[in-house]
Design a protein around this ligand. Structure first.
Ligand SMILES: Cc1cc2nc3c(=O)[nH]c(=O)nc-3n(C[C@H](O)[C@H](O)[C@H](O)COP(=O)(O)OP(=O)(O)OC[C@H]3O[C@@H](n4cnc5c(N)ncnc54)[C@H](O)[C@@H]3O)c2cc1C
Length: 229
């Protein structure tokens, strides 16, 4: 059974050797333990809340924190933006308007080449860890390779069984599409009920489904742990 429109994954920088430095731990998409960033040369790229929040929080413990953003305007909370500028004045944050162009290093991330948007100016910054914060995007993941028919990243289904183009693979919830589809929890429950009946036929081909109401069926109430004699 397939659900949802995919999993959220971080948007990545379009750089050739990104994989290499991701595997070496030089690129992190989240801060899990602040201590891991202590006394490090940190480069944060982005201009939203995550970028600014972490710039402000990591700068005091870092060796040096560089914030790189494509524009002078930030999309983060104004209070955080002004805190960032205060820290810049104190020399705790180096703010660079530009973009990350190249990652350098042999067995670990060592330097990052930053350029201005028009590529006229370039500079190299010492960096142990790069934190790109460009938001999240939806990725279908392995189900994209299941051999199921997709239309615009959604799975067309029939509205009797919610079965995909592959027999015995069902799709309910936001991932499916059919005429009149409403992306609602309510629709997901309705689809689950009908899909379960169809799936039951595959799992127990010899058994008939006995349709029951939870309000009236003691066996269903027992399964749900709400049976009162
Ligand atoms: C802002 C907002 C408000 C809403 N309010 C309402 C409301 O008031 N009432 C209502 O009925 N509906 C509402 N909805 C719609 C409702 O949230 C969705 O219809 C419902 O959550 C769909 O359920 P789902 O299980 O199909 O998908 P999801 O809830 O998206 O769950 C799918 C899960 O699968 C995970 N997943 C997907 N792909 C992978 C993968 N490859 N690997 C690992 N995990 C994966 C996802 O991370 C996610 O956790 C709202 C939606 C939004 C965005």
């Amino acid at each position: 059974m397939l659900q949802g429109g995919g999993s959220f994954v971080p948007k990545k920088l379009p750089l050739n050797n990104l994989d290499k430095f991701e595997n070496l731990g030089g690129i992190q998409y989240a801060v899990r333990k602040i201590d891991n960033f202590k006394d490090k040369n940190i480069l944060i790229s982005g201009g939203g809340d995550s970028a600014l929040d972490w710039a402000v929080n990591l700068a005091p413990i870092s060796k040096m924190l560089t914030l790189v953003h494509r524009r002078k305007d930030f999309r983060a909370a104004p209070d955080t933006v002004s805190k960032m500028y205060q820290m810049k004045e104190k020399g705790l944050i180096d703010l660079v308007i530009g973009q990350v162009k190249e990652l350098k290093g042999e067995n670990k991330l060592e330097e990052i080449l930053i350029s201005s948007i028009d590529n006229a100016d370039q500079k190299i910054i010492k960096c142990d860890v790069l934190l790109p914060f460009f938001g999240l995007t939806m990725k279908l993941g392995p189900i994209a390779n299941f051999g199921i028919n997709f239309e615009k990243n959604l799975i067309p289904v029939d509205t009797e069984k919610f079965e995909t183009s592959e027999k015995s693979i069902f799709a309910i919830g936001d991932i499916n599409s059919y005429p009149g589809k409403l992306k609602l929890i309510l629709s997901g429950f309705h689809e689950a009920a009908l899909m379960s009946q169809a799936a039951h036929g595959y799992v127990y081909p010899e058994k008939k489904i006995r349709f029951q109401y939870t309000t009236a069926s003691s066996s269903l109430q027992k399964k749900l742990g709400v049976y009162n004699k």
